[in-house]
Design a protein around this ligand. Structure first.
Ligand code: MCA
Ligand code: AMP
Length: 507
């Protein structure tokens, strides 16, 4: 079988609000959310509270002049106001632009210039990082002002094609591109997941993933809202507190990146067993889950991790079955809404057992890159989205990812395109050549390391490191600068990154 087809007809009517209303309206009085801030303070909300808060915020955003199609960015740690903004955005037809809180000057400037949001909603500690010519709305001031607005709903019509978010993904070209994700993309994604993973109102979901990436946002937030389960949202994942949170909340559902599951292996066997006894669904994604971690987690927790695969541009594509075999080292079977094809260099589908590039098609795939027709044309072929991931399908349909066509580094589930770091290093005094590769790391999967050819008289490593810290997210900072006499290249001048990856680092 060369292709596996799911539901391909595009449900043009499908939008988010009716699905949110299964909880916001229908379960208005039910406890919905408990938020635990970084200081440990807790606040609790019913679904009705969230409906009212987002209605008030929507009135205020409208009063501030935003209208359907306008971009509004958020640069925030996890907190209830991110949910308020997301819901208000869906109601008003706004395009929400989530920004990773770890981004610094270079990344922020690029995204804000490209997306041109009306404003960035942020907190007072993060606001100084925003370029001074961008309008900043302080999140605390915004909610305080919204409290005086009416709680009545005032929503604009939306359908599957209504853009909901502009989410920046690293792209192969150094500068990141905004994937335009529609209400239909988000709706199909989460409807499939809720059904496939059997998530119901009886579940308790522990949310530690950041809401500024699609794993926490498109999967976490939407599975919660569509199913009407209870969610405990933490400001961020801190491995030192993991045992305490799991013990205290007793989640039945947890979504994480492999680095989180690796951290969870540090818990004592007794605690792990107790947690595992209640945890009916532990999903891993965003980076490859080593088969060894899958097995250790099963032994320690008695719970079999369900690994699935997605992308910002496509949301979720492939996943191990909830009821069937969750095969370690594989990402499982195509999800119901997705068609998957494995293609060779000549764009022809390959037989099972043969390695090729994974192509996907379905109502989950974004409508293109924001204001980048050329990049959009390059990423799609005959209606299929070319993921850039390399994989193979077994005769029984299970798909294994084997690598990527690009040099993408995934560290702790955060994506890093080496080119972006290389360009910045090359701008530094005394650097003649630079190349960045991902080297294996036991917790984060990979970490970036820079190989540089420098002019010893003018290159100042400490000053370079200090400058990079102000410009780039912490997870992109090279763990080491390795000085080499020359960067290995092919006869055609292409850098041979694999040779550097296998060179042991000097202690
Ligand atoms: C991480 N750090 C943070 C935060 N998260 N700092 C502030 N706020 C945060 N929210 C920084 C830390 O300061 C530290 O920086 C470094 O990250 C690692 O932190 P540590 O506490 O040592 O954590 P860890 O145990 O190594 O775990 C890291 C992590 C983090 C919490 C797992 O990597 C993480 O949140 N990953 C999730 C990424 C994610 O959501 N990806 C989904 C993309 P320093 O290094 O300077 O000390 S969506 C996607 O890929 C697709 C579509 C998909 O399929 O899902
Ligand atoms: P992004 O869209 O930038 O968040 O990252 C998407 C990329 O993460 C994919 O193209 C894959 O390379 C990678 N990815 C996501 N889930 C998995 C997984 N389960 N196994 C391996 N790689 C994954």
């Amino acid at each position: 079988m060369l292709e596996v087809f799911g539901l391909l007809a595009k449900p043009t009517f499908m939008s988010l609000l009716p699905l949110f209303d299964l909880s916001l309206i229908a379960r208005a009085t039910r406890p919905a959310l408990e938020f635990v801030g970084g200081d440990g303070r807790r606040s609790a909300f019913t679904f009705g509270d969230l409906e009212n808060r987002s209605n008030r915020l929507a009135h205020l955003l409208r009063a501030r002049g935003t209208k359907a199609g306008d971009r509004v960015a958020f640069f925030l740690q996890n907190r209830v106001e991110v949910i308020d903004l997301w819901l208000a955005g869906a109601k008003l037809g706004l395009i929400i632009v989530p920004i990773n809180v770890l981004y610094r000057e270079r990344e922020l400037t690029h995204i804000l210039r490209d997306a041109e949001p009306t404003a960035v909603v942020t907190s007072c500690d993060l606001a100084p990082l925003i370029p001074t010519d961008v309008v900043v709305w302080d999140v605390d001031a915004l909610v305080a002002e919204a409290a005086a607005q009416p709680a009545t709903r005032n929503a604009v019509p939306a359908d599957a094609d209504t853009p909901m978010a502009l989410i920046y993904t690293s792209g192969t070209t150094g500068a990141s591109k905004g994937a335009v994700l529609t209400q239909g993309n988000f709706a199909t994604n989460a409807l499939t997941l809720v059904t496939a993973w059997d998530i119901t109102a009886a579940d308790r979901y522990l949310a530690t993933l950041p809401l500024f990436h699609v794993h926490g946002l498109a999967n976490g937030l939407h599975c919660w809202l569509f199913s009407g389960c209870h969610m405990r949202l933490l400001e961020r994942f801190e491995h030192a507190k993991a045992a305490e949170w799991f013990e205290d909340y007793r989640p039945t559902v947890f979504f994480g990146v492999p680095a989180m599951f690796i951290r969870l292996l540090e818990l004592s066997p007794v605690v792990a067993r107790q947690i595992g006894a209640r945890l009916r669904l532990a999903v891993s994604g965003s980076a490859p889950l080593p088969a060894e971690v899958h097995e250790k987690f099963r032994q320690l927790y008695g719970s079999v991790i369900l690994e699935r695969y997605g992308m910002t541009e496509t949301l979720m594509n492939i996943g191990n079955p909830y009821a069937g075999e969750r095969r370690p080292g594989t990402v499982g079977l195509p999800l119901a809404h997705v068609a998957v094809r494995i293609c060779d260099e000549a764009n022809a589908a390959v037989p099972d057992g043969t390695t090729g590039e994974v192509w996907v098609k379905g109502p989950n795939v974004c409508s293109g890159y924001w204001r980048r027709p050329e990049a959009t044309a390059a990423a799609w072929s005959e209606g299929w989205f070319r993921t850039g991931d390399i994989g193979v399908r077994a005769v029984d349909g299970y798909i294994t990812l084997q690598g990527r066509r690009s040099d993408l580094i995934i560290s702790g589930g955060f994506n890093i395109y080496p080119r972006e770091i290389e360009e910045l290093i090359l701008e530094q005094p005394g650097v003649r050549e630079a190349t960045v590769v991902g080297v294996a790391d036991p917790v984060r999967g990979e970490v970036p390391v820079a190989y540089v050819v420098v002019d010893a008289a003018t290159f100042d490593e400490a000053a370079t490191v200090a400058r990079l810290r102000t410009q780039l997210a912490s997870f992109k900072q090279p763990r080491a600068f390795v000085r080499v006499a020359a960067i290995p290249r092919t006869a055609l001048g292409k850098v041979q990154k694999h040779l550097l990856k296998s060179t042991p680092l000097a202690p």
